[in-house]
Design a protein around this ligand. Structure first.
Ligand SMILES: CC(C)(COP(=O)(O)OP(=O)(O)OC[C@H]1O[C@@H](n2cnc3c(N)ncnc32)[C@H](O)[C@@H]1OP(=O)(O)O)[C@@H](O)C(=O)NCCC(=O)NCCS
Length: 235
């Protein structure tokens, strides 16, 4: 029999927010999926949209999101300038967390009916805290007023949002221009991100900046609950 934990990767950052075991399934087979049913926890599978999904359905996995990877080299990047737009590393974390909390409604955990929305928010808030403390977060400013944040891990822009008051005004391309320019200046020749295909504002934003899209993937989840022993009455 396959050793199940050889085919799972723990995701401690999710576990920290949710309070139960969380895993990504690295490889799929009937044997592995059969064994998952006996190990309580939350499981993620990321697959090519064209790969067959029958095994996933058979073992109770449900669809949560489709992701796209925007990417752009320095030479294809389309900078959009506007006066009074700037980035800073000096805004207090607590102010950035106010923007982050509740912003990521397109995220796969917010769309997962097994996950409490507040816990899904906590997951992104924890992530922002880690990125900020590692020095990997720009505050986005308009006329010196905080309007959003863009957090990154090396050349990948992993978490970003504009505050509700600034959203939907066509300003994001100006903020992103300054932030991406700064990342290119640190020496990266290519920048990338990961976005939900359903989040059309962010898809259009990256398209406006000259990004193209690759590596589409579908995300499926499964929650295996611990069996509760019912007290039987013996006749
Ligand atoms: C994603 C986000 C940063 C975009 O910022 P925004 O201020 O809402 O976006 P903008 O108004 O600048 O619009 C961005 C582009 O999308 C288009 N757009 C905006 N809303 C749209 C909508 N509902 N449908 C289609 N297109 C839309 C705009 O035309 C614009 O393109 P343009 O500037 O080239 O005309 C912002 O919506 C946000 O913070 N959302 C919550 C957090 C989030 O989803 N982050 C991304 C996670 S991957």
């Amino acid at each position: 029999m396959t050793k199940i934990f050889d085919y799972l990767r723990r995701t401690p950052w999710d576990q920290r927010a949710f309070g139960f075991d969380t895993f990504e399934v690295k490889q799929l087979s009937e044997d592995i999926l059969q064994q998952l049913k006996t190990v309580p926890g939350h499981y993620t599978v990321k697959m090519s949209p064209l790969a067959p999904k029958d095994l996933l359905h058979k073992y109770g996995f449900y669809y949560c999101d489709s992701l796209l990877e925007p990417y752009c080299t320095r030479e294809h990047f389309l900078f959009h300038h506007r006066d009074h737009i700037a980035i800073s590393r000096h805004e207090p974390l607590e102010e950035l967390l106010k923007i982050c909390n509740g912003a990521f409604v397109h995220g796969r955990f917010h769309r997962d009916f097994h996950i409490d929305k507040h816990l899904a928010d906590a997951r992104y808030n924890n992530w922002l805290r880690d990125l900020y403390e590692a020095g990997n977060c720009f505050a986005l400013l308009e006329r010196d007023v905080l309007a959003g944040f863009l957090a990154f891990d090396k050349s990948k822009m992993v978490l970003h949002a504009v505050s509700e008051e600034y959203r939907g005004k066509g300003l994001a391309k100006y903020f992103w221009s300054v932030a991406c320019d700064e990342l290119f200046r640190t020496g990266y020749n290519e920048l990338s991100s990961s976005v939900s295909a359903t989040n059309v504002a962010v898809v259009n934003l990256y398209a406006t900046l000259g990004f193209r899209f690759r590596n589409p993937c579908d995300v499926y989840h499964l929650m295996v609950k611990a069996e509760t022993k019912t007290q039987g009455t013996s006749l």
